[in-house]
Every structure is written in C-alpha cells, then in structure tokens.
Write a protein that binds this ligand. Structure first.
Ligand code: DHB
Ligand code: FE
Length: 279
C-alpha cells in the first residue's frame, strides 16, 4: 500500500535557485542560508521517497492570467522547467507519476475537489526551487513528482481551510492506492513577504515563528486564518502559506518536527523550512 510518511514546508524564493545555478552559495550573503539546508538534504536522502506530491503555486509562468485554475494536478510523464523570462532554469526535467496522479484525480474529484487536469505543465520556481533546496544539484531528481498547483496569485484565492481539507482528501486518496509507494508531501511558498507597493520588503519574524510552531502543534489555529489575516500580518505574498496547509492536512493529527530552518534575509523574504514526520 502507499503511505505518506512525512511533510515538508519550504519557501521557494527564486533568488535561492539563481544562487545555486550561478554557483554563488558560498558567497557571504548566501553561505549560512545554504548551511541550514544540510539537515533536510540528509534527512530526505535517508528517507528516499518514491514520490513527492509537491503542492505549490505557479506565478503566471505556466498558467496565463486569463486561465487560472483554483487547483490543478499534473498527470504527465514529465514536467519541464518553465521560462520565467530569463530562460528555463538549468535543472533536470521533473519526472511525473501518471498512475498515482490519475488515482488522486479519481479519488479527489469523487470527494468534491474538482482539480483541473494538466496533461502538459511547465513548472516554475514554486516547484523547482524546493527541488533544489532539498536535493542539491543532481543529474536526475531522485524521486518522481506529482505536482498540485494552487492559485494564490489572483483573487479570489481558496481559503486555508479549503487547502487543509484538500490535504485530508489527499491523505485518504493515497491510503487507497494499492502500489507499495513511499510518499512525502511538500507545501511551498512564503514565508512572510511582500514584493511590491508601500510595504515591499515586509518580514514578520514573530508571526513566521508562530506559524511554524502551530503547524506542528496547533494547525487548527492556522486553518482559521483569513486572507486578511495573512495580508495584514504576513504581507500580500504571505498568502502563499495556505499551500503549506495542504501538506499539513495530509498528515496525521500528531506529528514530530524533525528539522526546521529560518533565515533572514533571502531576497525580499524570510526563508523558512520545516519537516514533519507522521507519528
Ligand atoms: C520572492 C519570493 C517568492 O515566493 C516569489 O514567488 C517571488 C519572489 C522574493 O522574495 O524575492
Ligand atoms: Fe512565490
């Protein structure tokens, strides 16, 4: 049987990908950020998942603003890195898992989550930067990926509560997949940040720390947060954190925090990462 053994939440700051692609990780600005990724890389290499269900948001790179699904799932064999204006990132093509993806589609749609089914999907920094953060720079990515994409870039976005419920439905769907498959689920985005307007550069460390604490111990508080709560306290782009709630909803009520990393600054944002294992 398939099993979700752990969840991972991480920021997906594009500049982190650029620093890796351009060999700048040892420069003073980046060194301690990347040192902090050592434990998660070690953990993931030991866990060796067969598949990662990777929940993220596109930034109008692969999905143009005139056609934005609220939730979408990639069912293809592979997903190429998107061109975000500077050419595609020089990272491996992401391998899909069509069998698991179609099983998720059937189970989720019957459970009331009508995801848009993407046969073709190019993946932007929301997906590729977390791959780089957690795997480094291998020739091939070490696991298959089922991408689940969430609209957080255009109003109205789904609620955090809806994202958490989607995670619970993913948990149920994976539990009914009969191939032996070790699954880890990622949620990417955040943490507090705003990249435009008067409050550009906003970072709220206290709020981020409380979010990380409660993700482990009291996710119901986070499920109750409104869009306005995120925008006021975590900045306009802090809303990306609703994607982490899909990951948390897919885990057991009781989880063990196995690693955490929080670093300021990374571009305009605080970079955060957490790994939670199912108890
Ligand atoms: C930044 C962060 C993001 O999550 C993003 O999608 C784009 C930019 C930033 O901090 O620069
Ligand atoms: Fe983003």
């Amino acid at each position: 049987m398939a099993k979700i053994i752990a969840g991972l939440g991480t920021s997906h700051v594009p500049a982190i990908g650029v620093a890796m692609d351009e060999g700048k990780t040892q420069e003073p600005y980046w060194k301690s950020l990347f040192e902090g990724y050592g434990p998660v890389r070690k953990w993931l290499a030991e866990v060796k998942p067969d598949v990662v269900i990777l929940c993220y948001n596109d930034h109008c790179a692969a999905m143009p603003p005139d056609t934005i699904p609220t939730f979408a799932i990639g069912v293809g064999d592979e997903f190429k890195p998107a061109d975000e204006g500077w050419g595609p990132r020089p990272v491996p093509v992401v391998k899909g898992d069509p069998d698991l993806a179609w099983h998720l589609v059937e189970s989720l749609v019957l459970d009331g989550f009508d995801l848009t089914i993407m046969h073709q999907l190019q993946v932007d920094h929301g997906l590729t930067v977390p791959m780089s953060i957690t795997c480094g720079q291998p020739k091939e990515w070490p696991f298959k990926v089922v991408p689940i994409e969430v609209n957080v870039v255009l109003y109205p976005q789904p609620t955090g509560r809806r994202c958490y419920a989607l995670g619970q439905a993913i948990r149920k769907a994976v539990a009914s997949y009969d191939k032996d498959t070790k699954v880890v689920i990622f949620g990417t985005g955040g943490m507090s940040h705003q990249i435009h307007g008067e409050r550009s550069g906003l970072i709220n460390k206290e709020w981020d720390t409380a979010f990380l604490n409660d993700l482990t111990a009291n996710p119901q508080r986070l499920v109750d947060l409104t869009h306005v709560d995120y925008i006021r306290d975590a900045g306009a782009e802090g809303i990306e954190l609703i994607v982490w709630l899909i990951m948390r909803g897919a885990l057991n009520d009781q989880v063990k925090e196995v690693c955490r990393h929080y670093h300021v600054p990374a571009s305009n944002t605080a970079a955060g990462l957490i790994v939670l294992e199912n108890r």
